[in-house]
Design a protein around this ligand. Structure first.
Ligand code: ADP
Length: 387
């Protein structure tokens, strides 16, 4: 009998998995739930905020193999927009190379933070304000649109788009956290009816730092036509689900819940553009994911520590009209598209949890009809594929 502590109650994915483990519905022997403050557990679904999850409390209970569903440091290094910019730049030998798969980006520290000197000191200790470089570059470019995004922003909040760099900086200076000002992708690939989209891919990092990508991804679509001459109509520019649902009267008109899955996207690409999702788009995505995660291996790995980590990430991309893939952000605690949740959750258990806590009811870990080689039982199901 294995012991679970679930403190990740905001996560639809981990709550679903907790339920499955506790009622034995994956064909497992049943897990048992321990109180939230218990230190005797095998598996901890910890708080998604790194400031709340105390890693120093894990791995000290002798005789217990312990694991947690986050990698320490991933939030601080990868899953916020300001550190992501710094990290992606550091990956490349020259800045030009860095921007082959992330739009050109600058870190801007708001003027308003000057009055909050402690916060400003902390930010300044880590980052330099890059507004001079931004202004210099923008004056040389023909494409004038920029997008300002807060470092820990999500769901399309606190975003500003403009073709006037002074206006962008004035907006950021009113804010209370670090910002990224990023080159706006002005020539996005558009779906039928000229609609923009972004792509969410789910990526799993297991306790041995193997990287898996879920075979099924989702396009979050806009329900308004894209218009680069009208930057105020956010529904045509921001494809976040909640923005579309709240602000567009056409929400759900083209795709149920403004979600398009890979089968349909693949058909669209082949029929309209003679482009292959499998051969032209997904390899670019895999390369970006690998670059992002492999470069952090030394800092994130739990090898040699008294506990194990694994983590599910949400990588968000855009594709431009030349079929070039761009990384927008990495989410460290992604939700799942509703229709994918059962497969995603089950696969996460097979790939990340079973190897650590073998399922005695089911012979060997992973030795079941859902492993890659035997996915015959679920013809339409998604699965995690090692990349
Ligand atoms: P959030 O964390 O708030 O979702 P994102 O970086 O994902 O922030 O941006 C929100 C949306 O804005 C994206 O889904 C996409 O539609 C649009 N967007 C973000 N960055 C760019 C960009 N550089 N060029 C064009 N559109 C962008």
């Amino acid at each position: 009998m294995y012991i679970l502590v679930n403190r990740d109650e905001d996560s639809s994915v981990y709550n679903y998995i907790a339920q499955q483990l506790l009622n034995g519905s994956l064909g497992h022997e049943k897990w048992t739930l321990a109180p939230k403050n218990s230190e005797r557990f095998n598996l901890l679904f910890g708080e998604r905020k790194s400031t709340q999850l105390d890693y120093t409390r894990i791995g000290h209970t002798s005789g217990l193999c312990q694991a947690v569903n986050y990698y320490r440091g991933s939030e601080r290094l990868l899953c916020k927009k300001v550190p992501l910019v710094k990290y992606v730049r550091s990956l490349a030998e020259s800045e030009q190379l860095a921007y082959q798969w992330m739009p050109v980006s600058f870190i801007i520290l708001p003027e308003q933070l000057k009055s909050k000197s402690e916060t400003r000191k902390k930010l300044h200790a880590k980052y330099t304000d890059e507004r001079n470089n931004l202004v210099a570059l923008s004056s040389t470019l023909k494409e004038k649109i920029w997008i300002a995004k807060s470092s820990s922003g999500a769901k399309g909040k606190d975003i500003f788009i403009s073709d006037n760099i002074e206006e962008i900086l004035a907006f950021v200076d009113e804010q209370t956290q670090g910002y990224v000002v990023q080159k706006y992708i002005e020539n996005p690939l558009l779906l039928d009816n000229n609609r923009k989209f972004d792509i969410r891919c789910w990526v799993l990092l297991d306790h041995e730092y193997n990287i898996y990508i879920f075979s099924e991804g989702v396009l979050r679509t806009s329900s308004e036509p894209y218009d680069p001459n009208d930057l105020k109509n956010i529904t045509s520019h921001l494809t976040n689900h909640c923005i579309q649902e709240e602000c567009s009267t056409d929400f759900g008109h083209y795709e149920e819940g403004n979600e398009m899955f890979f089968n349909e996207f693949s058909r669209f690409l082949e029929e309209k553009h003679q482009v292959s999702l499998k051969e032209d788009i997904l390899p670019q995505i895999n390369t970006i994911v690998r670059k992002c995660l492999l470069g952090l291996k030394e800092e994130l790995t739990t090898e040699g520590l008294g506990y194990h980590s694994f983590q599910l990430f949400g990588f968000d991309f855009m594709v431009d009209s030349q079929f070039h893939v761009w990384l927008l952000e990495v989410n460290g605690a992604p939700a799942s598209a509703k229709s994918l949740l059962p497969d995603l959750a089950e696969e996460l258990v097979r790939k990340a949890i079973d190897p650590l806590f073998p399922n005695h009811n089911n012979n060997e870990p992973g030795n079941n009809c859902h492993s890659d080689s035997k996915k015959c039982c679920r013809p339409s199901g998604g699965f995690f594929k090692k990349i």
